[in-house]
Ligand binder design. Structure first.
Ligand code: HEC
Ligand code: HEC
Length: 226
């Protein structure tokens, strides 16, 4: 039955669907945790821990105790421990740190500044940083807007590849929430697939989207990982 849909008519269907859908009404999902976590990280943590999480933020030079390299330390820490480290509540019970056994005051106690879901998001981003293979080149905020406009009908609101048009196509796209799948592709690979298309049903967006739009989308796609 699917093969009966010819490519040209398929393109028309895609365009019509994109035109007819009121994106704002259908878009109900919250931003992905790592995306939200990055936003918080940039505002609250980057100053000390640095853009890449390795501890070289602009404030680090002035500090006696250097901010931790989060890309290595976070890996061995459970969510519970990370929550204690961030809020400061119960920090003194943490053992097994390789540097100063107790966490120094140089790492602020954030107490109630973040709610539960924000802490979850922060941890998601710390985990993202410690497993990411590629830099976030483009601006994920721009990427999210474009994704909501052009991509979710097939790739799904959460990026797992179960968009509302997928039944019609009969081919499931890759799961963008699985870092093993997205980490297998370089930023340039993904930019190319976006601009030039892929297979029969992934449209080529060149002409609609620019190189920097595509880079923004790549950053957003990487942050869908969980
Ligand atoms: C004022 C500078 C500063 C800011 C801002 C800051 N940190 Fe830290 N952070 C530190 C320092 C310094 C350490 C290392 C403390 C030590 O080794 O005793 C640290 C340690 C940590 C650790 C422990 C790593 C480990 O497992 O050993 C985590 C996790 C962490 N910070 C997360 C965050 C998060 C998340 C934020 C933002 C909400 C943040 N930090 C903001 C300075 C900062
Ligand atoms: C009409 C449905 C549809 C739309 C709309 C769509 N895609 Fe896809 N996309 C697919 C399908 C199907 C595949 C799997 C293609 C294959 O591997 O044959 C895919 C694959 C991909 C891949 C994997 C490429 C690779 O190298 O394996 C990426 C990345 C991607 N799409 C990003 C996007 C982005 C970003 C947008 C929005 C600008 C978008 N897609 C819009 C259907 C779509």
């Amino acid at each position: 039955m699917y093969s009966a849909i010819r490519l040209t008519s398929f393109r028309t269907i895609v365009l019509l669907s994109l035109l007819c859908m009121s994106v704002s009404k259908l878009w109900a999902a919250d931003p992905p945790p790592a995306y939200e976590g990055r936003r918080l990280y940039v505002s609250y943590c980057q100053l000390c821990h640095g853009t890449d999480g390795k501890g070289g933020g602009p404030l680090a030079v002035a500090m006696d105790i250097s901010p931790a390299d989060l890309t290595t330390t976070v890996r061995s820490r459970s969510d519970t421990i990370l929550t204690k480290i961030i809020t400061g509540r119960g920090r003194q019970t943490i053992t097994g740190r390789d540097r100063h056994n107790l966490l120094s005051d140089a790492m602020p106690e954030w107490k109630n500044i973040f709610n539960k879901s924000q802490i979850k998001s922060l941890i998601a981003y710390l985990r993202f940083m410690s497993t990411a293979k590629f830099k976030l080149q483009g601006d994920p905020q721009i990427g999210m807007k474009l994704y909501q406009q052009y991509c979710y009908v097939c790739h799904g609101t959460e990026g797992d590849g179960d968009g509302i048009m997928i039944d019609l196509i009969g081919i499931a796209p890759m799961d963008h929430t699985n870092p093993n799948e997205t980490n297998a592709l370089s930023n340039d690979d993904i930019v190319k697939s976006i601009l030039d298309g892929k297979g029969r049903f992934m449209p080529a967006w060149r002409g609609i989207l620019s190189q920097s739009d595509a880079e923004a989308l790549v950053s957003y796609i990487r942050l869908l990982a969980h």
